[in-house]
Design a protein around this ligand. Structure first.
Ligand SMILES: [Zn+2]
Length: 322
C-alpha cells in the first residue's frame, strides 16, 4: 500500500553540530567572538570520539560543521567525509539568525558552504542554524537558503522552548515556506516525543545527557511506530569532560555542563539499543528522495505570513547587548 512505509525506508539519522566549547551560546558572555582564536581547541579529539563510535556501530551520519572550526582545523571536514559521513553547514560564527539581517546571514552561511565544498570536493546541500534559531521572526532566512542552493534545512525544532522552537510545526519532514506564495525548502525536524499532551524535544542536548535514556528511547520508539524519521543531534563538546568551566546562570550551567563525563558511555548504550530495533541509519542526503516523499504527504507549513525581513539597523543593538 502506498501510504505504508516500506521496510527499507531509512528512518534514523545521527547528526552532529561540529563546534568547540567556546562556541556555546550560553558562554557567549565569556568567550567573545574576536578572541575565539586564542582559546585552546578541543574539537578534533572530541569529534574523533564520535567518529569512532559511529564506526563501532556501523553508522554513517551528517556532520553540520561550523565555519570557524573548519577554518581553524582545515583538514577536519575532509577527514569526516573520508570516514563516509555527509558534510553539511552550521554557518560561520555561530550567530543566532536573529542577530543577522538577510545580507549578513548570506555572507556567514555562504562563506562556510564554499569553504567546506573546497575542503571536501563535494557539494554541501544541508544547513542547520545555530541554536535552532530558524523561527517565525527569522523566516526570511528560508528564501536565503534556497537562493544559496541548499536542498534541505534541519533548524526548526517543533517544540516550545524559551530560546527557540516553532511549537505547532509538523513533527515529520515537511515543506517549509516563508509565506503562502514563496518557495519551500525541505525541513527535517529533530525528534519530538508526544507525552501527556505535550511535545518534548528528546533528540539530544539536555534530554540526552541529564535524563534517563528511557525518555529518548520512548520518543524513538513512538516515532518508529508512527513511521516518523528520527533525527538526533550531538555536539563534540558534550563528550569533553575536561572542557574549561565558565560562570553562567544555574539553568544554563546545568544544561551545558551536566552529564559530560558519562555522555560517551550513554551514547554507546543508546546506539547499542537501536541495533536490535530494526533501525536503518542513514545520512540525511542519502535519504532525500524518501524524506521528500514523506514531506509531500503533509501540507506545506508557512512560518511567518507576510512578515518583512529584520532591518539591518536593528542588529547592532542586539549584538552589543550580549
Ligand atoms: Zn551549534
Amino acid at each position: 500500500m502506498s501510504d505504508q512505509p516500506s521496510q527499507t525506508r531509512p528512518a534514523w539519522f545521527f547528526t552532529v553540530d561540529v563546534e568547540d566549547y567556546y562556541h556555546i551560546e550560553a558562554a557567549r558572555h565569556v568567550y567573545f567572538q574576536d578572541r575565539w582564536g586564542q582559546f585552546p581547541t578541543h574539537v578534533e579529539p572530541n569529534t574523533q570520539k564520535l567518529l569512532d563510535l559511529c564506526d563501532k556501530h556501523a553508522i554513517r551520519g551528517t556532520f553540520f560543521i561550523l565555519g570557524h572550526v573548519a577554518k581553524r582545523k582545515h583538514h577536519l571536514a575532509k577527514r569526516i567525509a573520508d570516514a563516509g559521513h555527509e558534510i553539511a553547514c552550521h554557518g560561520t560564527m555561530h550567530d543566532r539568525i536573529h542577530r543577522l539581517g538577510p545580507r549578513r546571514f548570506r555572507d556567514d552561511v555562504e562563506y562556510t558552504k564554499k569553504m567546506l565544498e573546497d575542503q571536501t570536493g563535494t557539494r554541501v546541500i544541508g544547513y542547520r542554524a545555530p541554536t535552532f534559531s530558524l523561527v517565525r521572526d527569522t523566516a526570511w532566512a528560508i528564501d536565503e537558503l534556497l537562493a544559496m542552493g541548499f536542498e534541505y534545512d534541519a533548524s526548526v525544532f517543533p517544540v516550545w522552548h524559551p530560546q527557540y522552537g516553532v511549537s505547532d510545526a509538523p513533527l515529520s519532514p515537511f515543506m517549509l515556506r516563508r509565506h503562502d506564495q514563496s518557495p519551500a525548502i525541505l525541513e527535517l525536524p529533530p525528534l519530538v516525543w508526544r507525552v501527556f499532551g505535550r511535545r518534548v524535544g528528546v533528540a539530544g542536548g539536555g534530554y540526552f545527557r541529564q535524563f534517563p535514556l528511557a525518555a529518548m528511547k520512548a520518543g524513538m520508539a513512538q516515532a518508529r511506530r508512527e513511521a516518523r524519521p528520527v533525527v538526533l543531534y550531538f555536539h563534540p563538546w558534550e563528550f569533553d569532560p575536561d572542557m574549561p568551566r565558565v560562570s553562567m546562570g544555574w539553568k544554563a550551567r546545568w544544561r551545558t555542563y551536566t552529564g559530560l563525563k558519562r555522555a560517551l558511555a550513554r551514547l554507546d548504550e543508546l546506539l547499542q539499543w537501536t541495533q536490535g530495533r530494526d533501525a536503518t541509519w542513514s545520512r540525511l542526503d542519502a535519504a532525500l528522495p524518501t524524506l521528500r516523499e514523506l514531506a509531500a504527504s503533509i501540507p506545506p507549513y508557512t512560518l511567518a505570513p507576510g512578515r518583512a525581513p529584520v532591518a539591518e539597523g536593528e542588529l547592532v543593538e542586539v549584538t552589543s547587548a550580549r
